[in-house]
Design a binder for this molecule. Structure first.
Ligand SMILES: Cc1ncc(COP(=O)(O)O)c(C=O)c1O
Length: 436
């Protein structure tokens, strides 16, 4: 660290930002980024940080991976835009072919390209309605699916995200997620009867939601913004059974959990989940804007003109995605599994070492740590979580909160064991300092 925070250049930029940018943005600490390389970030004053959130789980291949940069430069010199929804170009076809081939479940898929996660979710909602002729949806409390009107209607993360924007799209019903550390039904995961899915048939369908009106159940296979929550296998088994029984589609939002982050290409792969529709964004193009909605081929049968986007599948973003996919397949998904396992072995000790750590959970490099005032009562401790996020920043490690009282670790999938060790060491120091 060369300065206190914010340093002089950062302070000047922040003052200009505050005068002109939308105050709806949330900035947890005064980080003004100048450049990034791999898992490292340098700020405007020359301070260096280990980035353990990868631009909110986006730069899967690290910041400015040379192969991704080259792919972007080469493509930009050839063709920047043509609008893939009106004309053809080959790299969009190639990426669609490759994604369809690796999508979860061995089923034929078709691919729609958008620019942001929320657009992929909008497209998924529209396709689900179009295909089923039904208009209602089931989503989960704690879920985050984006901020445009349709996606926001599914989002059940923080009330500030919905406040003053209603009425939202009607017909979305939220139920508790399989958040076993805080089971809404007060059950134990080893002995429960998956009440969090049974509620669909036992209560919703019987009382307020005729099954033949439900287009889809929308879920994050690992809940992201909600706190990096990993459900048990039986949650997915029961969901698939319930959906199939009633002809309801399953939409897996893998915008945060996809593209190798969990140590497999898709979180769905950990649970043998074959979603009817899948949404992908964030890590797909290492930071270039691109999103994907993939569906079973027999479901994506809408007519020309029914849905499209000017920029969706932009050739430069697609080139970045092809380079990203190659790196993921060559080594980075494996690194996410190995380095994630390495981190988890150390982090699993934290509840024993630190009374304020209630739960540590995750898959691969998607790790959540929940802070509590008391391990027995599990009373949430959001102020401590916020303090730890600040202290980590001041000590050179970038992390973010998730859920009410958790932090999330979602580093680039390139992170080395030494970097991971450094990051975890700093976080241990921060926990000690914050609870001293
Ligand atoms: C699971 C999930 N879905 C959708 C979104 C929305 O993506 P975007 O911000 O690109 O619109 C996010 C963003 O955090 C997400 O985590």
């Amino acid at each position: 660290m060369k300065t206190t925070f914010p340093g002089p250049k950062a302070a000047a930029i922040i003052a200009r930002d505050h005068a002109v940018l939308s105050p709806s943005y949330t900035r947890p600490y005064p980080l003004v980024v100048e450049r990034g390389e791999g898992a490292m970030i340098e700020d405007a004053d020359g301070n260096r940080f280990l980035d353990m959130n990868a631009g909110i789980a986006v730069v899967a291949t690290g910041h400015c991976h040379p192969k991704v940069v080259r792919a972007i430069q080469d493509q930009a010199a050839k063709l920047i835009h043509m609008s893939g929804t009106d004309f053809y170009y080959e790299n969009m076809v190639e990426l669609a072919e490759r994604l369809a081939a690796i999508a979860p479940g061995n089923v034929a898929r078709r691919v729609y390209f958008g620019n942001s996660g929320t657009e992929a979710v909008e497209a998924a909602m529209k396709l689900a309605r179009y295909h089923t002729g039904r208009h209602q949806f089931i989503a989960f409390l704690g879920g985050f699916h984006g901020r445009t009107m349709g996606a926001l209607s599914l989002t059940g993360s923080k009330s500030i995200q919905r406040k003053s924007f209603g009425p939202l799209v009607p017909g979305v019903h939220h139920i508790p997620y399989a958040y076993c550390y805080r089971c809404a039904y007060d059950k134990h995961p080893d002995t429960c009867a998956v009440e969090c899915v049974k509620v669909i048939e036992d209560q919703l369908i019987k009382t307020i939601l005729p099954a033949e009106e439900v287009a889809a159940i929308v879920l994050e296979p690992v809940q992201g913004e909600g706190g990096y929550i990993v459900p048990p296998q039986k949650f997915f088994d029961e969901l698939q059974r319930t959906a199939q029984r009633h002809g309801i589609l399953l939409i897996a939002d893998e915008i945060q959990s996809g593209m190798g982050r969990t140590g497999k290409m898709w979180a769905s792969d950990h649970f043998d989940l074959t979603p009817d529709i899948l949404t992908v964004a964030k890590g797909i193009a290492s930071g270039m804007p691109l999103s994907v909605m993939m569906a079973r081929a027999e479901i994506m049968q809408w007519k020309p003109g029914s849905h499209a986007s000017t920029f969706g599948g932009n050739p430069v973003s697609v080139a970045a995605a092809l380079a990203t996919l190659e790196l993921l397949e060559q080594e980075l998904v494996e690194n996410a599994a190995h380095t994630g396992g390495f981190m988890m072995r150390r982090l699993r000790e934290w509840p024993r070492l630190f009374p304020c750590v209630g739960d540590v959970r995750g898959l691969g490099l998607m790790i959540g740590i929940e802070f509590v005032q008391d391990q027995a009562t599990r009373r949430r401790w959001p102020e401590l979580r916020d303090r730890i996020v600040q202290l980590a920043f001041e000590r050179g490690v970038l992390i973010l909160g998730a859920g009410q009282n958790s932090i999330r670790l979602s580093p680039p999938l390139t992170i080395s064991r030494d970097q991971a060790d450094f990051g975890m060491g700093v976080l241990e120091e921060c926990i000690r300092a914050a609870t001293a």
